[in-house]
Design a protein around this ligand. Sequence first.
Ligand code: PMP
Length: 364
Amino acid sequence: MTPIYNFSAGPAVLPREVLEQAASEMLDWHGCGMSVMEMSHRGPEFISIYQQAVADLRELLAIPANYKILFQQGGGLGENAIVPMNLVGRSAQPATIDFVHTGSWSGKSVAEAARYANVNVAAKPAGSFTSVPPQETWQLTPGAAYLHLCTNETIDGVEYNLDNFVPTVQGDTPIVADMSSHILSRVFDVSKYGVMFAGAQKNIGPAGLTLVIVRDDLLGHALPICPSAFNWKTVADHDSMYNTPPTYAIYIAGLVFAHLKRQGGVAAMEQQNIAKAKLLYAALDCDDFYANRVALDSRSRMNVPFYLGDETRNEQFLAGAKARGLLQLKGHKSVGGMRASIYNAMPIQGVQALVDYLNEFAGR
Ligand code: PMP
């Protein structure tokens, strides 16, 4: 049977080993006679699942002790409102939030935040979203409530190089990073950020879980209009169980974290992700048959959008890919073309199978 490789941008491929373990534990978790889905979130079984997941994530990302890990709901778009509701109360009013607008997702964040504060687009590339504007061009607001970055634009395929990127802000303005589509794919220094958030459905686990990592001093400033269930301090004070958390999604995320640890952790994943991205971009760059339009230093290792030179052949390309078990390669409807998302759980064999097909389709 042809192996299936799923290039979806999210919900996305999960490690097979994790799905197999979940299947084997579906009806009876560790002999307790219940499925994880049926357990009280306040019972000892689920509490142990939750505590292990938090501890493993803290270890994987080397999250310092002065940061809380919150498991929320509402997704990345929910955080676009939850973040301002929790942070704008910290600064002098009327508050201003700075944004670097690098693509579709940071654009949505600007629009949502405008309901809660003044927004300043500190930088935006001229023309299409194909690069991260150089930091020296950012027009930051002194005393801004926070600076929002989307460190990997899932649709546009634009990623900050977090190795070289040292965010500089004035005063105590915290940096908020939407890391939905590349968290756990590369090593980065948590202590440079005030808040990091991510919808789970790419590198973490099932949709419905939203991860928030927040520095302690940023808790306790929520606006009165902020729903209690989205007030980070309330959520933190209740170990993410102020309301019922997405228990099954947390369980799967925990299996993914344990799996990542067995693979050698985030540094080992990063090496694999570099190798996979190199392989794929080399096939796209080798002539004009395909094009990825992102500047070399801003290319995402996770989401690789590309266009055929002859776009009338798009449907033929996708049908041929499907016949070879290469699924969900159609680009986002807002930008067209193709997109291959190659998250942690995509094996290099999947990328090689895609590269073989790219070469075959191009008649190379
Ligand atoms: N931010 C980024 C970077 C994303 O990729 C996505 C979803 N693809 C979102 C935010 C929105 O997430 P959600 O659909 O979970 O609200």
